[in-house]
Design a protein around this ligand. Structure first.
Ligand code: SF4
Length: 460
């Protein structure tokens, strides 16, 4: 069950009946995590308390993932566990669109809602566990309730997606792109920074498409006219004095506009671009956004503008129709692209995705073999790329300090998905500190470094 340790107890709570307690199991991607945060923010604002275990909860909300069949299975298991352990279960999230399937297996769930259905979840909680109104309980921190450590936070700038990648059912689950208004996003970002956040992780389904659905509406921010678009938002976020990391960006020409912000140190020199493949034939069959772009040329130009740029990406091997020749094109592309960070998935059918109907399904053993080859190929590249950093001075942010030292990250490392920077000499360091460190050693994923000092002007 997701820990609720970020949430302070209600100091005014029990004057009369104790506040009802809700448990929450949060599965899936950072976008689902943000949904969970919003649900819990609403519940806490209404005076519900959170239970860290099944036994203490009056009801349990399970926020499910429905992206891959394996994720659906995991979600169904989590629902089963919550029912067995607690018995009063409300299901939400991506798998919620398959209410029939959930009810067939678990007829006793109290309610089922789909993704981003905050109102419906909260209503289901009201019904399952009503609470008496008490205005003294309607107190939550202004930045809301977060499940991430105090020093970093995900900032969701839009919902949904306008693309139709053949392996993906997200547009079906979450609908078309709906960007949040510029000032809403910035106000949330400022609240987070005021609350001590040192790193904002910008997420959406397609961050580079921000504002398209609002026709790039003009608005005023801090006395300046801005447009609701990716470059203006990046510049505004880059003025907040914290790390700003861009996830789920596509290599469109307009992304060029944010490279100067990276070169000037206003946002992190990091782009998370899910390329998924390099063979033009497979990219076309995947119906990937920007699949016609000449990505290697664009990467080279970006690196001229910002030599320190780190690009992380994910790839799918064994997509239907992928030949050995397509796969070798992908390996060659990786050799040229020299990406800092790479994740890889073996293709699997997702119920309802158009790719299921494609011919040329790749046998499982071939997927396994290509997966292992890609990982080994990229490990050698990453080891070289990271090895070249030995002796450099980097700014890092500390995530944790334990008996063995500090676990930190560089500009090149997003939490949870990339590598770490390990610092043995950690006296005086605390989670959230930003400091300069000198790299002393490297592996294919991680760096080791000695502390130098905290960069001037950064919060400790
Ligand atoms: S860009 Fe493609 S993979 Fe990503 S959410 Fe949209 S349709 Fe799915």
């Amino acid at each position: 069950m997701t820990e609720m340790s970020e949430t302070a107890p209600d100091k005014d709570a029990p004057r009369g009946a104790p506040a009802p307690k809700i448990g929450l199991v949060s599965l899936g991607c950072p976008k689902a995590l943000v949904d969970s945060e919003r649900i819990v923010t609403r519940l806490r604002a209404e005076g519900y308390e959170l239970s860290p275990d099944y036994a203490g909860a009056d009801a349990v909300v399970v926020n499910t993932c429905g992206f891959l069949n394996s994720a659906k299975e995991e979600s169904l298991q989590a629902i089963g566990e919550a029912l067995a352990e607690n018995g009063r279960v409300i299901v939400t999230g991506c798998l919620g669109v398959e209410a029939g399937r959930i009810r067939d297996q678990y007829p006793d769930v109290l309610a089922i809602t789909g993704p981003q259905a905050y109102e419906a979840v909260v209503e289901a909680v009201h019904k399952a566990v009503p609470r008496a109104h008490d205005p003294f309980l309607d107190l939550v921190p202004p930045q809301g309730v977060r499940f991430t450590p105090r020093h970093y936070a995900y900032l969701k700038i839009s919902e949904g997606c306008n693309h139709s990648c053949s392996f993906c059912i997200i547009p079906h689950l979450r609908g078309p792109l709906r960007s949040r208004p510029f000032t809403d996003v910035m106000r949330e970002a400022e609240r987070l920074v005021d609350a001590g956040v040192q790193e904002l992780l910008v997420i959406s389904q397609d961050t580079s498409a921000y504002g398209v659905d609002l026709s790039y509406a003009e608005t005023e921010w801090k006395g300046r006219q801005v447009q609701t678009r990716f470059a203006d938002l990046a510049a505004a976020l880059g003025s907040l004095g914290v790390w700003v990391r861009m996830h789920y960006v596509y290599p469109y020409p307009h992304v060029d506009q944010i490279l100067p912000l990276m070169a000037e140190g206003r946002i992190l020199p990091y782009l998370d671009i899910p390329f998924q493949h390099a063979s033009p034939r497979i990219l076309k069959s995947m119906r990937r956004p920007a699949h016609q772009e000449k990505t290697l040329e664009r990467l080279a130009r970006w690196r001229e503008q910002c030599p320190d740029l780190a690009v992380r990406s994910t790839f799918i091997v064994g997509f239907p129709g992928e030949t050995e020749d397509d796969f070798v094109q992908l390996l060659d592309w990786l050799s040229e692209a020299r990406l800092a960070r790479v994740g890889c998935f073996k293709y699997e059918d997702v119920d309802g995705a158009p790719a299921n109907a494609l011919t040329g399904q790749v046998p499982e053993e071939v997927k396994e073999e290509r997966y292992a080859r890609l990982m080994a190929h990229q490990q050698a590249i990453s080891a070289e790329v990271l090895g070249a950093r030995v002796g450099e001075e980097l700014e890092v942010i500390v995530d944790d300090v334990d008996a063995e030292g500090a676990i930190a990250r560089s500009h090149w490392d997003a939490p949870e998905i990339d590598g770490n920077v390990f610092i043995d000499d950690c006296e005086g360091l605390e989670a959230g500190d930003r400091l300069l460190a000198k790299v002393t050693d490297a592996s294919e994923y991680d760096l080791w470094a000695s502390p130098l000092h905290q960069p001037a002007g950064t919060a400790a």
